[in-house]
Design a protein around this ligand. Sequence first.
Ligand SMILES: Nc1ncnc2c1ncn2[C@@H]1O[C@H](COP(=O)(O)OP(=O)(O)OP(=O)(O)O)[C@@H](O)[C@H]1O
Length: 297
Amino acid sequence: MSTHPATASTRPASEDSREISMTGIGSESEREIPDIPPNPVMEALKLNVFYGDFHAVHDVNLSFGKNEITALIGPSGCGKSTVLRCLNRMNDLVSGARVEGEVTYHGQNIYARNVDPIAVRTQVGMVFQKPNPFPKSIYDNIAYGPRVTGMKVENMDDLVEEALRAAALWEEVKDKLKQSAYGLSGGQQQRLCIARTIATKPDVILMDEPCSALDPIATSRIEDLMVGLRDDYTIIIVTHNMQQAARVSDRTAFFTARPDETTGNRTGLLVEFDRTSNIFANPNDKRTEDYISGRFG
Ligand SMILES: Nc1ncnc2c1ncn2[C@@H]1O[C@H](COP(=O)(O)OP(=O)(O)OP(=O)(O)O)[C@@H](O)[C@H]1O
């Protein structure tokens, strides 16, 4: 079991495919993935999360390499979204949530007393499951973040265009920037939300099931976008869609939930963290194999 990158497997990917087709693993086939995440931008160290008395996540160690896409997968309730929300302190906004352990950003613990959570969220942006544009124009959706964070912007028009281009939306909206964002399709709204996140120039983008509300064509566009954005950002995605994890991610973390014998409460834990090709073709842990082959979860 490799629950920490330091112990990540170095085995070559097996050629036999289980339910997930290895031909779908585009990310790694195009480039070398080092054994251990290079220049980790973020790390979770002995991360434990509680909601009141409920122990939701137990002792998670993860490392997120620069310009990599990491997928968090596992059955419902295993704590994927909880872990993701810890990475930019979104759990601070959940009443009763308590975080133990450390989450580092370039080596600095983001839960240290002197750290401003708003500053964390500027560096570590988030895209949610359901597209959630503001009730504003397309232009103002993008300009909003830079304005409220007081970012120094020489030319807002240029920044809006740059963000929309980066999110592969510019060509579709350049003639209607002043129109309401609500007039866009679901897939366009999600790309707008990605553009809105990019506009404040984060380092890391967290995505919590960003395609679950989208049709297959819109999903495919977002997946292409993620792979394109990887050159400039570190991306961490929660997905229920294993094909999606296999298609876009460089590394995958598989979580499960372990029921407490007395209370029956199910605490999430990390089972295995490895290159995506290893997780899907040659997992170390039987629980991973059972999950990805559809025998469990
Ligand atoms: N705000 C909250 N208050 C109390 N418990 C919560 C809260 N949010 C999540 N939980 C619980 O924490 C556990 C982990 O939830 P989480 O949403 O992180 O899991 P998940 O793996 O992302 O699930 P899913 O795939 O269904 O979205 C679950 O038992 C859930 O019920």
